[in-house]
Design a protein around this ligand. Structure first.
Ligand SMILES: C[S@@+](CC[C@H](N)C(=O)[O-])C[C@H]1O[C@@H](n2cnc3c(N)ncnc32)[C@H](O)[C@@H]1O
Length: 632
């Protein structure tokens, strides 16, 4: 086993991680084609899912600029995480990763510098029932005379505007009073999503698609071009209609599961390069898509949404990352990946999605930066789904500003980097703990936990135990006599000790106690290991007897003489007394004779655990270990 496998096995032990051995190889077999990219990276081309595949859950249908389709996180969640895994998206947007994770029973951490992200995501993890939304809306009073603090007349009819402001004020006061509940949050989320759009199911007159807000000036131009004035739109009706369609696939059991997951879900508003709220080595899987270079202005896109939710959108301008130069983008990605490396559990994964731009393959930059911060690259996935000019893949329009395909760079936190970082220290400490001897464990407990059987107490006042003792004294004295008739021919005392066992067995059988080598649970006789003999006494009770030799002068020393190794073929298969007969041996003329003996009961002895590392001959004498061989 090489050092990497050794370390991985320990990781498995420490983190309880389900290792996904050979998964990468399998993946390559499943998807067939792979090539080596310009930077030497493995690229897998595949039809990772098709349009015919099961539609995503209706709860996802909230628009956000440059969001990906739920099928993308779904694919990686199924392959690279388990139930209750911790799944992070540091650029959460509308929360596609978080919602899909929650639907699959994973625990999401959803981070985005834009506060709208949480507003759109959190309520869909606690979806109210339709009747709850209806009742709440009916109880909110709308004041027809209210006006906005800013001019929004290019978007809204006067009455619609009054309804929006009434709702905004209601939600604001509920929040300030600490009364905002999951139904209010849901209404806030749907209203935020319905503010502007290009159909009658939005509050505004025809505008840009709902994932982008037009500026006031742009809207005035649109109105002029289309010769339109904002018509009245019924805010409550639109919220109810959208709620119904979002809740279409939410069954009572899905709702219950989502509420359960919501208890553990975490929402953060931090910069992706400094995820303060997440501890190191915590996340199982990250699925994310960073802000694209030169493409999307998330602050401008969300200005009206931010206004509705009481945020000053100008204050967000410096926080949200918008980069125009490729070199700056590369540094931003490197710093984000470095932070992802920190928060990822050893053996955890990061799936990093990037769109395609005209001038550069961003996946190559991600690949290089990932390696730089210590990740191992598993593969870059490139979807082979057919798409037409107007179709879109993973939610990005292919005819928009040069973005038309998506690549996912998959990393794992493993490899040599782990070996030389602080992680090794942690590992060493753990190993050190494991190999520190455990002392003074009652043998009774060891036997019970290894075999499930009791060690019976030897009670000197119990007539049956008295009788047993008498029998043993007779048998053992007979054994001494038999040994001493001719002595034992042996070079060393412990070999003589092995020979004693057969004398004891014979002597016990001679007085009517059937003595045998114990069986394992599998029913096989096994001579090696504890104990040597099992015999039945005249009351039909079982007794185990271990045979040993001793030396008077060593009796008080710390010399180890009693050993018991746990084994899957353990020889303890019944409740019994555990006894030990030890013979003092003497050597005369190259033969061993018994000078005396002690019979012990073991129910009170305490044992120590001493771990050892060992290697068998096959491992030790392996070809690649040998530097030199010499034979005569
Ligand atoms: C491509 S979008 C993510 C879309 C998401 N995958 C979805 O399905 O909705 C990128 C997100 O990154 C956020 N963002 C930009 N700069 C950030 C930063 N420095 N830290 C955290 N989030 C940032 C933006 O607000 C935006 O929501």
């Amino acid at each position: 086993m090489n050092i990497k496998v050794f370390i991985e096995n320990f990781l498995k032990l420490i983190y309880g991680e389900k290792m996904k051995e050979n998964e990468e190889q399998q993946m390559l077999f499943n998807f067939g084609k792979y090539t080596i990219g310009n930077k030497g990276e493995k690229r897998i081309y595949g039809n990772f899912w098709t349009n015919k595949q099961r539609q995503a859950n209706s709860i996802h249908e909230i628009s956000y600029h440059a969001c990906f389709k739920p099928q993308l996180p779904n694919y990686f969640l199924r392959k690279y995480s388990n139930l209750r895994s911790i799944v992070l998206d540091p650029f959460a947007g509308r929360g596609t990763t978080a919602i899909e994770s929650a639907l699959l029973g994973r625990i999401p951490i959803s981070n985005d510098i834009n506060p709208i992200s949480k507003i759109l995501t959190e309520p869909r993890m606690q979806p109210p029932r339709y009747d709850e939304i209806l009742e709440r809306l009916n109880n909110i009073g709308f004041d027809e005379n209210l006006e906005t603090d800013i001019d929004l007349s290019m978007f809204y009819h006067k009455k619609t505007e009054a309804e929006i402001v009434s709702l905004k004020n209601y939600l604001q006061s509920r929040k300030e009073d600490g009364k905002e509940d999951y139904i209010d949050k849901w209404i806030r989320m749907v209203a935020t999503n319905r503010l502007t759009g290009h159909s009658k199911s939005f509050f505004s007159v025809y505008s840009l698609p709902p994932n982008q807000s037009a500026t006031k000036e742009e809207q005035i131009r649109i109105n002029k071009r289309l010769q339109q004035i904002p018509p009245y739109r019924d805010v409550k009706k639109i919220i109810l209609k959208k709620s119904k369609s979002l809740l279409k696939d939410i069954t009572p059991s899905i709702r219950e599961n989502l509420f359960e997951i919501a208890k553990y879900a975490v929402f953060l508003e931090e910069d992706s390069r400094d995820l303060k709220g997440i501890e190191s080595n915590y996340v199982d899987l990250t699925i994310t898509s960073p802000p694209f270079i030169n493409l999307v202005d998330y602050v401008k896109d969300n200005w009206l949404r931010l206004w509705f939710n009481g945020y000053d959108y100008t204050s967000l301008k410096n926080k949200v990352t918008i980069l125009n130069k490729l070199a700056d983008w590369a540094l931003f990605i490197r710093d984000t990946l470095r932070e992802l490396y920190r928060v990822t559990k050893p053996m955890g994964y990061v799936a990093f999605e990037v769109g395609e731009t005209k001038n550069a393959d961003l996946s190559e930059i991600v690949y290089e930066k990932g390696l730089e911060v210590g990740f191992q690259h598993i593969a870059t996935f490139i979807n082979l789904q057919k798409f037409t000019k107007t179709s879109n893949i993973w939610g990005v329009d292919n005819n928009k500003k040069g973005t038309n395909t998506n690549r996912i760079v998959l990393f794992q936190k493993t490899g040599d980097k782990l070996i030389d970082e602080e992680y090794v220290k942690e590992l060493e400490e753990t190993i050190a703990k494991m190999i520190k001897p455990l002392k003074g464990i009652p043998l009774k407990i060891v036997i019970k936990s290894l075999s499930g059987f009791e060690v019976l107490d030897f009670d000197k006042n119990d007539p049956r135990d008295k009788e047993l003792l008498n029998c043993l004294v007779r048998a053992l004295k007979n054994a001494v006599e038999a040994i001493n008739k001719e002595g034992i021919d042996s070079a060393r005392p412990n070999e003589a000790g092995n020979a004693v066992e057969s004398f004891v067995k014979e002597a016990l059988t001679a007085i009517g106690c059937e003595a045998e080598t114990p069986n394992t649970l599998a029913g096989k006789k096994k001579s090696s290991g504890y104990p040597d003999i099992i015999f039945k006494d005249q009351y039909g009770r079982y007794n185990y007897l271990e045979c040993k030799t001793f030396n008077q002068k060593d009796l008080n020393s710390s010399l180890r003489t009693f050993y018991l190794s746990p084994s899957s073929n353990f020889k303890i298969t019944t409740n019994a007394h555990h006894l030990l007969a030890s013979f003092e041996m003497d050597k005369k003329n190259d033969r061993f004779y018994a000078k005396g003996l002690k019979l012990l009961t073991l129910e009170k002895i305490k044992v120590d655990v001493k771990n050892e590392f060992n290697a068998n001959n096959k491992e030790l004498y392996r070809e690649d270990n040998i530097l030199f061989e010499y034979y005569i």
